[in-house]
Design a protein around this ligand. Structure first.
Ligand code: SDX
Length: 402
């Protein structure tokens, strides 16, 4: 089929900055609309209420709800694949100084670890469906181990569960928390993280997923595509917003003081932000203009555990963060008609559970790995290289020796 040649007028007509509103491809993995969010036809509230992250990851990767035996096999495969190869663990241990100095951040360490796994994976260069599925499970299993080992190094502790990559009796979310702290989490904490992983798992052609598809579209390999996805997700306009949203709340709390929550002082702070055209992290969305279906689900869960008045870094009762967050949300809606996205409640919820802020976006990776790999598999299975046009706005033609 001849490549389409289009006129300048047609190019101008088809141009949309940031590809806003442009359908860039077809997918069976996910549907996201103002009215709802579905993974392979299953609606997000249904999944958050009735499924576990392992079941959701299976649906995304395999396309159907797992039978009991399929789920048992899948979970067994993930547990078996949790441990990291020694070179990767040694690399994480060697990064203590960079992590402590801030030269290296967890998202960058994660990206390097995934790249190293690509050199060690027996299926690394294959783009075949079965090989891709094997690689997807290995990546899904190993990201929580990387996060846990990294946190141990940051805390100056010995690596927890170096050999096993966790406790085989713990599910994905619980094991992630266990690897980070060395203590087995309370059931309600594990379930809240499990639901957050379900909510973060997949979201159609978001920036990081589209990045993985563009890389896979050249028939490059899954590890390379996922490295691109991690780099894209790190950005504060995308996944990095969950960390920045919490930092913003900490900044407001510091500036106005806990006693000022609910008062005009917070309104004044927000007005100053509006006056300086500051982007407030955790708010707004390219597709959702009437609210992110995932946000209220996580907000409710987070507020529930915060009511047990857990003390957090900074010593404020956890519920204060939700009181402040709800006031900020109301001001954003009243003044800007902008709703919170899933990253806003995520920040408060993870903070309530004492999860270190720099691990929020890596946990997003632990979840979105399932969506990325599903899209990479789909792209490889029915591929056409992704190569859009551009609209030229540069210099007119000119002679070099003119
Ligand atoms: C995720 O795409 C996905 O699906 C992503 C995601 C997923 O699951 O993969 O849902 C996860 O990344 C959620 C988004 C996390 N990012 C943030 O919270 C960062 C803050 N949000 C903004 O940067 C912004 O809302 C984006 C990036 C999310 C969306 O950007 P758009 O669609 O390009 O919107 P825009 O920047 O053009 O904003 C439109 C208007 C602008 O006002 P004007 O300049 O036209 O006067 O709304 C304003 C913006 O200034 N606006 C904001 C704002 N978001 C939009 N103003 C202040 N604070 C904000 N957060």
């Amino acid at each position: 089929m001849a490549a389409p040649t289009i006129s300048k007028e047609q190019a101008d007509a088809s141009f949309s900055k940031g590809l806003e509103g442009i359908v860039a491809g077809e997918t069976s993995v996910c549907s996201i609309e103002q009215g709802g969010l579905w993974y392979r036809g299953y609606e997000i509230h249904d999944l958050a209420l009735h499924a576990t992250f392992e079941e959701v990851a299976f649906v995304l990767l395999e396309g159907h709800k797992p039978s009991a035996s399929e789920l048992a096999r899948f979970k067994g495969e993930l547990v078996a694949e949790r441990p990291l190869p020694a070179p990767v663990t040694n690399f994480i241990e060697s990064m203590g100084g960079s992590l402590h100095s801030g030269r290296a951040v967890p998202m960058d360490i994660l990206r390097t670890c995934v790249s190293m796994l690509g050199h060690l994976d027996p299926d690394s260069q294959s783009v075949e469906q079965a090989a891709n599925l094997r690689k997807a499970k290995r990546l899904l299993a190993k990201i929580p181990t990387m996060i846990g080992h990294m946190q141990n190094v940051i805390d100056g502790k010995a690596i927890i569960e170096r050999e096993r990559g966790g406790d085989p009796t713990l599910d994905h979310a619980a094991n992630l928390l266990y690897l980070m702290t060395g203590s087995k989490p309370a059931k309600e904490y594990a379930r809240v993280v499990d639901v957050s992983l379900i909510l973060y798992a997949e979201h159609d052609f978001n920036a990081s997923t589209f990045t993985t598809r563009v890389i896979a579209g050249t028939l490059s390999d899954m590890h390379g595509a996922v490295c691109g996805g991690i780099a894209a997700l790190k950005g504060p306009l995308h996944g990095g917003a969950n960390e920045m949203a919490m930092e913003m709340l900490k900044e407001i709390m510091h500036d106005v003081g806990e006693a000022a929550i609910g008062t005009k002082a917070v309104n004044d702070w927000m007005q100053k932000a509006f006056d300086t055209k500051r982007k407030l992290m955790g708010f707004g969305h390219r597709v959702y203009k009437n609210g992110d279906h995932r946000a209220p689900i996580l907000h409710k869960l987070g507020r529930t555990i915060a009511t047990t008045d857990t003390k957090n870094p900074g010593g404020h009762a956890a519920i204060k963060w939700f009181d402040l967050g709800e006031q900020v949300q109301k001001i954003m809606l009243d003044k800007k008609n902008i709703h919170p996205n899933v990253d806003f409640p995520c920040g408060m919820t993870y903070f309530t559970m004492g999860i270190p802020v720099p691990q929020y976006t890596p946990i997003f990776v632990a979840s979105r790995m399932s969506g990325w790999c599903a899209h990479i598999i789909e792209q490889h299975a029915n591929n056409r290289i992704i190569r859009p046009l551009s609209r030229y706005i540069g210099e007119a033609p000119r002679q070099w020796n003119g």
